[in-house]
Design a protein around this ligand. Structure first.
Ligand code: NAD
Length: 471
């Protein structure tokens, strides 16, 4: 049982003013593995004051100074990747393969930001003016439990590249992961106040960051519901906001696709991180003429999917992060049946032998129509809906008939055709015959999947404000 009773302000581990305790539960066993003391609004205000003071000098730091800091942060985090993977699995049950990819991405994000910084022109000449891109100020960074460490690292790296200082509010469910990461970040010996970390609840510490006049920008990753609250609260002080929110990503299998590749890929993207991924491809759009063939292939493949101990390299699906999330997914499976969708495999209840953790049977529905709630709402669990289409145009129309627009997938033997379809899909990223991450390409959503972009040049531009000087 671990105790987390410090937050990080002005380069020091300090006892929070807040006193609320928050239990940390291993979702594979439902045993309590830790207890965190949460910070409160007063702690948030102290952290903001520290970041505001640090901004005065950090905002005028050189590219070289920022590059050195980013390198130091990378060098401090990279040797601890194995320990970070272990705690990510313990605290939220991420399957080993996902945890590995996530932590590699976290450490590398400092190097990617350094590369982007190298080529970024902070001074440009436009018309008759000299335009300087000025760091915005103190950034409030708010992260979700499903990618807490990697978003702390990538958002902090971008803020630093821009010359901003930061107050970070990690997910309250990720205190063990945050603590280990924080120990690494502290080892990098940054000037005090550049980053501050306050554990706490969203509606307490997160809300204080969102409302405080000394926070210039909020970079938030989490649910669409919380994102809307933040947008409303941030409007009072006209903060800049980057919101990375939920998704209901379509995966179109075109009628010429090689199903021996497209089906494993479809299951990989639907069930990634046990289905608890904002970019999960949870609406599988298949040609009506190939439905029966696809059903057979999917059923056979899902029967072989390993559900269980997330520490095992063979496990594809681990537990849901919490009892609450487990119940939510069970409710959606029940709802799908009530709405008239047919179960191809899976269903309510737990896989045999896994009753002590929050495990769900990987579940695939067919006979799903796009007006059903299971096709419209983010479930955040291993539940896949198969929808059929007759023509390419209909597939695109169904794909776009959603309030979200984060990511989409297309499988086809004809790349030209796949590109034509991708061009018509309203989503921040479209993957063709692939599931991969490009750390330099913009990432973010259309519609209710968010506002703004992260990573690469587009990500950095979100932390600066142009100033034109005319002589
Ligand atoms: P959540 O919205 O419940 O919480 C996210 C963070 O916001 C937490 O730190 C929480 O404490 C904080 N928060 C909650 N209410 C707040 C408020 N009123 N003001 C300020 N902060 C507040 O989300 P979650 O359950 O942690 O994460 C899952 C969600 O995140 C899913 O919807 C998923 O799609 C989304 N997500 C999106 C991306 C993306 O890049 N688009 C990536 C990962 C997760």
């Amino acid at each position: 049982m671990k105790t987390i009773d410090r937050i990080y302000i002005n380069g020091q581990f300090v006892t929070p003013h807040g006193s609320e305790k928050f239990d940390l539960i291993n979702p594979s066993t439902n045993e309590t593995i830790g207890r965190a003391t949460l910070g409160d609004a007063e702690d948030a205000r102290h952290a903001i004051a520290s970041a505001k003071t640090a901004f005065q000098t950090f905002s005028i730091s050189s590219k070289q100074e920022r590059s050195d800091i980013l390198q130091r942060l990378h060098d401090a985090v990279a040797p601890k990747i194995d320990a970070l993977i272990a705690v990510m699995i313990e605290e939220y049950g991420a399957p080993l393969q996902f945890a590995k990819a996530s932590m590699q991405m976290a450490a590398n994000s400092f190097l990617h930001a350094k590369d982007v910084l190298q080529d970024f022109e902070f001074t440009r000449h436009i018309g008759k003016s000299r335009v300087t891109l000025e760091p915005l100020g103190v950034a409030g960074i708010i992260t979700p439990w499903n990618a807490n460490v990697s978003f702390i690292c990538s958002k902090l790296a971008t803020a630093i590249a821009a010359g901003c200082t930061a107050v970070i509010k990690p997910s309250e469910m990720s205190a063990l992961q945050t603590q280990l990461l924080l120990e690494c970040l502290h080892e990098a010996q940054l000037p005090a106040g550049i980053f501050n970390i306050v554990n706490g609840r969203g509606d307490v510490v997160g809300a204080e960051l969102t409302r405080h006049p000394d926070i210039a920008k909020i970079s938030f990753t989490g649910s669409t519901v919380a994102g809307k609250t933040i947008a409303r609260d941030a409007a009072a002080t006209l903060k800049r906001i980057t919101l990375e929110l939920g998704g209901k990503s379509p995966n179109i299998i075109l009628d010429d696709a090689d199903l021996t590749k497209a089906i494993p890929l479809a299951l990989q993207v639907a069930f990634m991180n046990s289905g608890q991924a904002c970019v999960a491809g949870t609406r599988l759009l298949v040609p009506e003429s190939r439905l029966e063939e696809i059903k057979l292939l999917i059923k056979a493949a899902v029967e072989k999917i390993a559900v269980g101990d997330p520490r095992s390299a063979d496990t594809a699906i681990g537990p849901m992060v919490s009892k609450k999330q487990y119940e939510r997914v069970q409710q959606y499976i029940k709802l799908g049946i009530e709405e008239g969708a047919k179960l191809l495999i899976g269903g309510n209840g737990q896989p045999a032998g896994l009753e002590s953790g929050n495990f769900i049977k990987p579940t695939v529905f067919f006979n799903v129509t796009n007006n059903m709630r299971i096709a419209r709402e983010e479930i955040f669990g291993p539940v896949l809906s198969i929808l059929t289409y007759k023509t390419e145009a209909e597939a695109i129309a169904i794909a776009n008939d959603t309030s979200y627009g984060l990511q989409a997938y297309v499988s086809s033997a004809n790349i030209e055709r796949a590109n034509r379809v991708a061009a018509q899909i309203i989503a921040g990223r479209v993957m063709i015959n692939a599931a991969q991450h490009d750390p330099l390409a913009p990432f973010g959503g259309f519609k209710q999947s968010g506002i703004g972009r992260e990573y690469g040049v587009y990500g950095l531009e979100e932390y600066v404000e142009p100033k034109a000087i005319l002589i």
